[in-house]
Design a protein around this ligand. Sequence first.
Ligand SMILES: [Zn+2]
Length: 232
Amino acid sequence: MNIISRYRSPNFSNLLIPVEFVVLHFTAASLERTLKIFMDPSTEVSAHLVIDRDGSVYELVDCLNGEAKRGWHAGRSHYESLRGAERIRCEGFNDRSIGIELVNLNGNIYPYSERQYAALFRLIETLKRLYPSLNAPDSIVGHEQVAGFRGKSDPGRCFEWSRLFAVCYPEQGMPTREAICPELMAQRMRALVDGVGISYDSINDVVTFPQGLGAEFFSLLSSFSEAALSRE
Ligand SMILES: [Zn+2]
């Protein structure tokens, strides 16, 4: 696996955390912009790992050496996790999880690439060996499962959870992973994106923007959908 560790984020707490979960996100930005945001101390956000469209893996906060520092990716979060027959309420996912960001402008609109799935599945296998709690299927969650109450909708409707569980947790069943973003809202976002002239070439996995409209549009779109989906 191609792991790139020359980009480091200053946005983490110098504390080792017990790794009980992996939280999946989409970046809502290109790789370049994502790295810039995570390496800028004023943003106070980070993820341990970023997976680009071509399957390259960037480690921005320590976690692949068997010890995970506390990243700043989950924010206010809670989840009732099923461990065996037991339900455990967990809060504050920065204190207990590794954050993985998948480069996607909006995972409720655009699919993830095959190379991203392949890299993600291999990463999960590596992390399972390092952190035994991750051997439970319910330890892999989306940001929307733990922070959907405040409108977080990543990795989104296009993320194929069934593939992840079939590959990384065969014969262990699949926990419920419902998308927070309703079909209708996804359709409206899609119409908005098409309407401003952004086009997606699914064969070459390339998004083209009209002049003057950049990837910032997608962060704006994410904040609109967050506001609309927030139940607080
Ligand atoms: Zn997220």
